[in-house]
Design a protein around this ligand. Structure first.
Ligand code: UDX
Length: 444
């Protein structure tokens, strides 16, 4: 069995907390650090600050075993072999690129600890998504410290599958300063991930710049697939074609692939929207404005979907939303998460509300997050209360419980049986047979 290391994970937000618990699960001693004392307190007691399938058990098991601890104090990180940086890199308020200040301050705090290691091999491994060129700049700050190396080790986890994606990733990517001279980086990361490498998960050693670009390229490509099929979906709406049929048949070509071709209200969350904007802005700085103009269109198609649904709702409600009772199923940016960052569902609900609709909304996991952000917004805890007397229903996040609703039994709750399926998630014929008028995006 592999040699256990002592690891730190600096920044235990979504990515960092999952990474920390997963690394403890692999047998390492892990210290998670965050400046947010409440978060550290919750995690230390084995309480998850967010909804993520499988994470609660993973966290609790590893906290109880003593392998996983949390702190707010850098002084606890003295004997660490590998420091993972999992800090947020939010979009800057001026819209121009990523705010790297959290990473910069973490490095400031680490430098004295690294100097005190007296040459013992120590690795800093960046996990955060950063603009290409960032790692090279950070590296310049630590090259003078004996024994210390930097690697960029991007993370590809999806919310809702975070535990599975961390413990069974499609690939491991190590970005290093010099591929010909990276034995410290490779040997420490190979020891961290020994169990995964043993499962024959591919491991690739690239230079910093490639590793940084892999991450934003992957997310931008995924965003492009979604906006592409959503653009096709608009043509389906006007011609009578069915976007699910088009997606199915083009997806049978392996060069295209069937995944990420589900048309609907588009993408949201903490990664895809931010990453396309980040790549666009970095490409501009690097002199490739024109070649990346398409990403602006990908973004515009995506946000346009939200307007499209609001217009459709208005049409179904005889030209005005004012005073209309509208029920929204789903607030999270996708199922199996309580994350409402840049959520298309919540954005549409807010637009309906701002045009005068009386909106009731519910979500199996995100209700508290919605209430906290929008205290005046009307959030219901049950589907029944949400649907009661509605003149229009919108299904905007395809949670299993909504996909499996019985159209006949919810028919009597509403005032008018009409529903917009914003996620291509419903069995149209079953809903229609139960007396509903169903509007599915891109489907006749
Ligand atoms: C994404 C990447 O998938 C992941 O690899 C990366 O590490 C982080 O960003 P995540 O943000 O968790 O993960 O969500 P993802 O499953 O990619 O979905 C993003 C959005 O696209 C969601 O709003 C989803 O509803 C939407 N989507 C996805 C579609 O509209 N259609 C699809 O076919 C697929």
């Amino acid at each position: 069995s592999p040699r256990p290391l002592t690891l730190s994970v600096i920044g235990v937000g979504y990515l960092g907390a999952v990474h920390a618990a997963a690394m403890a699960e692999l047998g390492h001693r892990v210290i998670g650090l965050d400046v947010d004392a409440d978060r550290v307190a919750a995690l230390s007691e084995g309480r998850s600050p967010f909804h993520e399938p499988g994470f609660d058990e993973l966290l609790l098991r590893n906290v109880r075993s003593g392998r996983l601890t949390f702190t707010t104090d850098y002084a606890k990180l003295t004997d660490v072999d590998v420091h993972f940086l999992a800090l947020g890199t939010p979009q800057r308020a001026d819209g121009l690129g990523a705010d790297l200040s959290y990473i910069e301050s973490a490095l400031d705090a680490l430098v004295p600890l690294l100097e005190a290691r007296d040459g013992k091999p120590t690795l800093i491994a960046g996990k955060s998504t950063v603009p290409v060129g960032t790692a090279r700049g950070l590296h310049a700050r630590i090259t003078a410290i004996d024994g210390v190396a930097l690697a960029w080790n991007p993370e590809f986890l999806r919310e809702g599958f975070a535990v599975e994606d961390t413990l069974r990733p499609d690939r491991l990517v190590y970005g290093v300063a010099d591929q010909g001279n990276a034995s410290t980086e490779i040997s420490l990361l190979d020891t961290v991930y020994a169990e995964l490498i043993g499962l024959e998960i591919p491991r690739k050693v690239y230079n910093f710049e490639s590793a940084e670009l892999v991450k934003v390229s992957a997310n931008s490509f995924l965003a492009t697939k979604i906006s592409f099929i959503n653009a096709i979906s608009e043509l389906c709406d006007v011609t009578g074609a069915d976007v699910n049929d088009v997606a199915e048949a083009i997806g049978m070509d392996d060069r295209i692939g069937a995944k990420f071709l589900r048309a609907g209200i588009g993408f949201g969350g903490g990664c895809l929207p931010k990453d396309i904007r980040g790549l666009l802005s970095r490409a501009g700085e690097l002199g490739s404005v024109d070649s990346f103009a398409f990403l602006r269109d990908i973004d515009a198609i995506n946000t346009g979907r939200r307007e499209y649904v609001v217009r459709l709702a208005k049409r179904l409600l005889d030209g005005t939303l004012d005073g209309k009772r509208v029920a929204v199923l789903g607030a999270a940016f996708k199922p199996d998460t309580d994350d409402v960052r840049d959520s298309p569902a919540l954005d549409i609900a807010l637009k309906l509300y701002s045009e005068g609709a009386k909106v009731s909304i519910t979500d199996p996991a995100a209700n508290e997050n919605v209430r906290r952000r929008y205290p005046s917004f009307h959030v219901e805890d049950s589907v029944e209360e949400t649907l009661r007397d509605a003149e229009l229903v919108l299904l905007l996040t395809e949670w299993k419980e909504y996909r499996e609703l019985d159209p006949a039994s919810v028919r009597d709750l509403v005032a008018t049986a009409q529903i917009i399926d914003g996620r291509n998630a419903l069995d149209l014929s079953a809903w229609r047979a139960a007396g509903w008028q169903v509007e599915a995006l891109g489907r006749p």
